[in-house]
Design a protein around this ligand. Structure first.
Ligand code: MLT
Length: 249
């Protein structure tokens, strides 16, 4: 395995793209699958998501419209982007059409890659197991960031994943400086002791710009959820061919 951190401009040699938007899209996607959602569609624009949901409703498919803008639920959508909303009695057996500010756009930016999976702290181990199934593959870890800027929480998650991959796959070598920088940032947070690591992650999230925005919007409890390491087995694989159809088709 050759995991590297990449931007969507460098997709050519990638066999598997792992997209990270820890606060909060990829965390929420993991929780949604764990709670029984059947499928997650990633849509960049709000209107596009509305049209896709209407078309799916017209076909009689149980569908929920989900996402956020500026961290808050979007008018007319069924659910926002807080993992706390994704409970089995609300979403089990339903497909989710998601539009978020950075996360779903990052997924759509890597659609040319054959395999796309979503990672967060909560499913780090499960993603590592998934990624290690085949050898000799180049994994591109794509950090969604915030409006094009690097987001600390995504880089920390990339580092945590890189560490787990190198620990569990003998033939895994980090490729490129950015992967090593992410690993160093992660080790700075987790330290040599594994005890209370989630507490330390949460603390660091609270100091990040993305974490700050969530606290200001009243979603402090989501930092706690997103900081739990290896708690979910879900491996969300993005629906690469989602092409919304007009509502009247
Ligand atoms: C995004 O896609 O930008 C985020 O997931 C924002 C949020 O935390 O709701």
């Amino acid at each position: 395995l050759l995991p590297s951190l990449i931007s969507p401009a460098f997709l050519d040699s990638i066999d598997l793209a792992i997209v990270i938007d820890t606060l909060r899209f990829t965390t929420t996607a993991c929780q949604a699958l764990a709670a029984g959602a059947t499928e997650i569609w990633t849509v960049s624009e709000v209107e596009e998501a509305r049209r896709a949901a209407q078309a799916e409703h017209a076909k009689g498919r149980p569908t929920l419209l989900c996402g956020e803008r500026e961290c808050r639920p979007i008018a007319g959508f069924d659910l926002g982007n807080s993992p706390a909303e994704y409970l089995p009695d609300v979403i089990a057996g339903k497909q989710l059409i998601f539009s978020t500010t950075n996360g779903t756009r990052a997924v759509n930016a890597v659609r040319s890659v054959n395999r796309i999976a979503l990672a967060a702290m909560v499913n780090r181990q499960a993603i590592s197991n998934y990624a290690s199934h085949s050898s000799n593959q180049h994994i591109g870890i794509v950090c969604a960031g915030t409006d094009g800027a690097v987001a600390m929480e995504d880089v920390l998650t990339a580092g945590a994943l890189a560490e787990r991959l190198t620990e569990s796959v003998a033939a895994c070598h980090l490729h490129g400086d950015s992967a090593h920088l992410a690993l160093a940032a992660w080790r700075d947070v987790c330290g040599p002791q594994s005890a209370q690591v989630s507490k330390r992650i949460e603390h660091r999230f609270a100091a990040c710009a993305g974490g700050n925005n969530l606290v200001k919007a009243g979603y402090e409890q989501d930092l706690h959820f997103a900081a739990q390491l290896d708690t979910l087995q879900a491996v969300p694989v993005a629906h690469p061919q989602c092409t919304p159809e007009p509502a009247d088709s």
